[in-house]
Design a protein around this ligand. Structure first.
Ligand SMILES: O=C(O)CCC(=O)C(=O)O
Ligand SMILES: [Fe+2]
Length: 191
């Protein structure tokens, strides 16, 4: 497991570097933030028991990942769906492939060039399902600012963002979108 986490960490950092450079930022501060030793990266092992009650039961409710970048490995059962053009699209299960998701922080840093995709997991009526997600996160005091001006998002620390997410879950029962949490007031009219 430790070996898997180390491999995913190396891969996630390499992918982040490539995607940051693609936007013209070679030695960006953000790379130092996510690659430093106090980053808060973690691995989540998901188990979805089979559920015969209904086809419409969530294994995992619709959400975006709150991190910088996620690398997901899933088994052959299927159930992961992502939102595309206002429709839920099923992701074909493939044990020999990894799925890479942009997270909220990368969306904010890239000033919306990269999008944090909404996704969910539907329960399977017959089979249990397993997946492993590696979340690339900076340290909680890392300041996230957009790479371009005018910046769509206010500057925020990862700790502040996580705190706000937890408050929203307590108050409204689910996570708010990063647009609603962090957007500069001058952009609110477009929401
Ligand atoms: O199990 C999956 O396919 C998705 C897991 C996921 O989205 C998450 O852990 O945030
Ligand atoms: Fe997720």
């Amino acid at each position: 497991m430790v070996q898997y986490a180390t491999s995913m960490q190396d891969l996630a950092k390499s992918l982040a570097r490539v995607l940051v450079r693609k936007l013209g930022h070679k030695d960006s501060e953000i790379i130092k933030e996510i690659c430093n030793d106090s980053s808060s990266c973690f691995l989540r092992l998901n188990h979805y028991p089979s559920c015969q009650i209904s086809q419409e039961i969530f294994g995992l409710v619709p959400h975006t990942d709150s991190d910088f970048l996620t690398i997901l490995h899933q088994d052959e059962v299927g159930g992961l769906q992502l939102m595309k053009d206002n429709k839920w699209v099923a992701v074909k299960p493939n044990q020999n492939a990894l799925i890479v998701n942009i997270g909220d922080l990368f969306q904010a840093w890239s000033n919306d060039v990269y999008k944090s995709v909404e996704h969910r997991v539907m329960a399977n009526g017959k089979m249990e399902r397993f997946s492993i997600a590696y979340f690339l996160c900076p340290s909680y005091d890392s300041l996230i600012g957009s790479c371009n001006e005018p910046s769509i998002y206010k500057k925020f620390t990862f700790g502040e963002y996580r705190y706000q997410i937890q408050q929203d879950v307590k108050l409204i029962g689910h996570k708010n979108t990063i647009e609603n949490v962090i957007k500069e007031p001058r952009f609110n009219e477009f929401l």
